[in-house]
Design a protein around this ligand. Sequence first.
Ligand code: PLP
Length: 329
Amino acid sequence: MSGAARSPASAGDQEKESGPCAARNRREWGAAHVEQREISRKGGETRMQNVAYYNGKIAPIEEMMVPMNDRACYFGDGVYDATCVVNHVPMALDEHIDRIYRSAGLIEIEIPMEKAEMKRILLDLVSRVEGDVHFLYWQITRGVGMRGHAYSSAGKKPSLWAFVRPSTMRDPYGAYTCITVEDKRFFYCNIKTINLLPAVMANEHAERAGCDEAIFHRGERVTECSHSNVHIIKDGVLKTAPCDELILPGITRAHILAICRREGIPVVEEPFTLREMMEADEVFFSSSSALTSRVVKIDGRPVGGKDEATFARIRDAYQLEMKRECGLL
Ligand code: PLP
């Protein structure tokens, strides 16, 4: 952890928050992660601490068994999506479902269910867990079959995996630190594939450096982060990488752009360089779990801090949108 700059509270991890920002965050978003209570479901069933799903089977995550021959195990042959859940409402769920169908289509997986059925399954899982804030993850893999590179051995039945587990909201008022890492991923970054080795290693290196995220660059060009998009603000203009094959089209990114257009903040969707980032007025990264996270240090050097007002307009509008969607307002 990098002192006050490190806020661990993301929908993807479980550490405890501390400090005044965190206290405000807990007041606003609830404190499901410290409460161990039993709540009754509508039908009188007891809610679970967490829940996993695999092709119709439901069990606690720790007990779920999956077939070794699922191509996820050998090839990472699949796509995923994830979002945070507040008050049992998964944020922007329809957009995440649209994206997983798009990702699957791009690797020639035909999902054998309607979007409405996927939504029904995910909402049912969400309704089974106790607490206020959760992380919802799901993936579609090409299916089960004897190991062989070509798909024909996998049959024609993709697998749906999912889990819901307790989480905490990332502190939107925090100050975060990053490292930069050469982007060695392949050219399918627009697909949310479960092949995540370069992202996993970059994130590990960020953590070892006491930082919150790793910012990828291909030469001088900044692409995105290990599991978020990165944006800069310069002279009142938001600049963010265009949606090509080098970045994931983040759903939070799309919401941020819509907010900027509504708020009259000009947006430029163009590649920017490491140097532009280091000299920007503000730098922040975004994702469904990181929300809008303001960056104050990159590779140990101070960045941003020159236009907090513009960043705060975006952050606050996004917070408001989330609170409305999950029924907190
Ligand atoms: N870029 C990458 C590589 C990601 O893994 C993610 C999220 O997991 C994002 C961007 C942000 O996407 P979203 O805002 O849809 O969560």
